[in-house]
Design a protein around this ligand. Structure first.
Ligand code: FVH
Length: 293
């Protein structure tokens, strides 16, 4: 262990917590760990981690306490019997923005500084330089600055503001976009299934196409900011809605359920019916939100 490295406590040794623990240990940080199922700590003890019998002992061991548990309910349960006074609490557990704000207020009332984190990575990406992993942080900027070097060990860092709910909001927004992409990919694979199409070759084409199309989000952001949804439109909504009829007919011909496509196509049609055929798809966002800037 390198004594110049910040010592810290980690509560939660699931798939993600274990990956985090390995990265801090590999970087020479003295690490104290606790997990409800004690056996999960054994491989880490063999690598030099200090294992405690209770969460309270683990919290007492270090000023910096990182939590990576299943959900906010398990976080509440685990931290209930701990003394957080004077602790810097970093909660990497996925939750809603409201849960993060409530947890921040709760931590403050217990005498702790609080930082909320949203992990944009799967466990194998943790501690792997170049894998593209990063963690969104929000809450106490003083805490973020004080521990930045330690927090940057497992993954890159992205501080998104003082509102403790902001990291969760970013996290959930990004994850929601991912599920939209996965839904589209599921439909695409369903279309080619049983045909004379090699799935692995198709996957290469699909990944390339999705990667190329992701650049369109910058145009969407520009239009949202300007309020002009007709500026620099490459493919207008009228044309796109006409094109979706082909997608739906093809699904029918292939015997594929259109249930993943229909909600989005339905919103595009509504926007077109409202007279916005010269826009792109940005106007769909208006149909989803009652709240506007
Ligand atoms: N794994 C992933 O791909 C994603 C990537 C993005 C971020 N998520 C979030 O990270 C949090 C932890 O996820 P995980 O992958 O470590 O999850 P599990 O392997 O299921 O481990 C869960 C840990 O939570 C403990 N736990 C659950 N309930 C309780 C409870 N009531 N009291 C105490 N501990 C609890 C569990 O303990 P045990 O089952 O081993 O005893 C694990 O340590 C999560 O928010 C993801 O959304 C991961």
């Amino acid at each position: 262990m390198n004594s110049n490295k910040t010592s810290l406590t980690l509560l939660g040794l699931g798939a993600m917590g274990t990956a985090l623990a390995h990265s801090w240990l590999a970087a020479g940080h003295p690490l104290t760990v606790w997990n409800r199922t004690a056996a999960r700590a054994e491989p880490l003890a063999a690598k030099g981690a200090t294992v405690t019998a209770t969460a309270a002992e683990a919290v007492a061991a270090n000023g910096l306490v990182v939590v990576c548990l299943l959900d906010d309910a398990s976080t509440a349960e685990v931290l209930a019997g701990t003394d957080l006074a004077g602790r810097d609490l970093v909660d990497l557990t996925t939750g809603t923005p409201a849960e993060a704000r409530t947890r921040a207020e709760w931590a403050r009332s217990r005498g702790a500084r609080f930082l909320s984190g949203g992990i944009m990575a799967v466990p194998p990406m943790i501690g792997a330089p170049g894998a593209g992993a990063y963690v969104l942080y929000s809450g106490s900027s003083a805490l973020f600055d004080a521990h930045h070097d330690t927090l940057a060990v497992p993954a890159g860092t992205e501080y998104v503001g003082a509102d403790p709910g902001s990291a969760a909001l970013h996290d959930v927004a990004l994850l929601s976009a991912m599920y939209g992409m996965l839904a589209g990919a599921a439909h695409a694979f369903a279309l080619i299934r049983g045909e004379d199409v090699e799935p692995k070759r198709f996957a290469g084409l699909l990944a390339g196409w999705l990667t190329a199309m992701t650049a369109s989000v910058h145009g969407t952001a520009e239009r949202l900011v300007s309020g002009d949804y007709t500026g620099n439109v490459v493919s207008n909504l009228a044309m796109q809605v006409a094109g979706t009829a082909t997608l739906l007919r093809t699904a029918e011909e292939q015997g594929v359920s259109p249930e993943l496509l229909l909600p989005y196509v339905g919103l595009m049609k509504r926007r077109l019916a409202d007279g916005h055929g010269d826009e792109d798809t940005t106007g769909v966002i208006d149909l989803l939100t009652s709240r506007r800037p």
